[in-house]
Design a protein around this ligand. Structure first.
Ligand code: IMP
Length: 191
């Protein structure tokens, strides 16, 4: 089955292709020569993933899916959430994002947070959403060099290491994205 993954990130497309396995052929936006930046104007992860999936479905009329992820910090009312990528500025710099988050959490003992991924799958006139989340806490300093984004300051529940101290395989045993895509995989296999 051919499916479009509405992402400009080729590494992510390869990673998800690997996760979904044989029987599914993911087509990236690059392969379709679709380079437009899709405006993520919704106030929720659910909304933004729908916008991306709808935009690409309208354009190519093929089954497609899109994902959107955010880090939700309880004492900050769920921030940075949908604004995670550009929390510290429009240049989407991971260090600036983490620095601002650590500053905003200074003196706070409640460090509870979660990563949440929402996938929207669009086929014909059906839309399905799948969610994956991992609970954890934000530490006071950056530890570890692997991964990306907020990985150096996030420790998932049940571990003593940050995501940035884990291999990709180990991170995937906890990860929000892996959990959401596992739900999509099961759904696609049933269909
Ligand atoms: P996206 O929706 O996958 O592009 O993720 C939005 C933003 O959330 C990214 O730019 C990162 O700042 C953050 N993020 C998403 N997934 C992860 C992760 O697995 N680890 C750390 N940060 C992440």
């Amino acid at each position: 089955m051919k499916l479009i993954f509405a992402s400009h990130n080729e590494n992510k497309v390869a990673e998800i292709q690997n996760m979904l396995g044989e029987g599914f052929h993911l087509i990236s936006l690059k392969e379709l020569c679709f380079y437009d930046e899709i405006p993520e104007t919704a106030a929720t992860l659910e909304g933004n993933s729908i916008i991306k999936a709808e935009t690409v479905f309208e354009r190519f009329q093929m089954p497609c899916f899109a994902d959107d992820t955010g880090l939700e910090v309880d004492v900050l009312g769920g921030e940075p959430g949908v604004y995670s990528a550009r929390y510290g500025g429009e240049d989407k710099n991971a260090d600036k994002n983490m620095d601002l988050l650590l500053k905003n959490l200074q003196g706070n003992s409640n460090r509870n947070a979660r990563f949440r991924t929402v996938i929207t799958y669009r086929i014909q006139d059906e839309t399905h959403q799948f969610e994956g989340a991992v609970e954890g806490s934000i530490i006071n300093e950056k530890i570890g060099v692997c991964g990306f984004g907020y990985d150096p300051i996030f420790i998932p529940k049940g571990s003593k290491k940050t995501f940035a101290q884990m291999s990709t395989e180990e991170k995937n045993t906890f990860s929000h994205r892996a959990r959401a895509f596992e739900k999509l995989r099961i759904f696609l296999r049933q269909g």
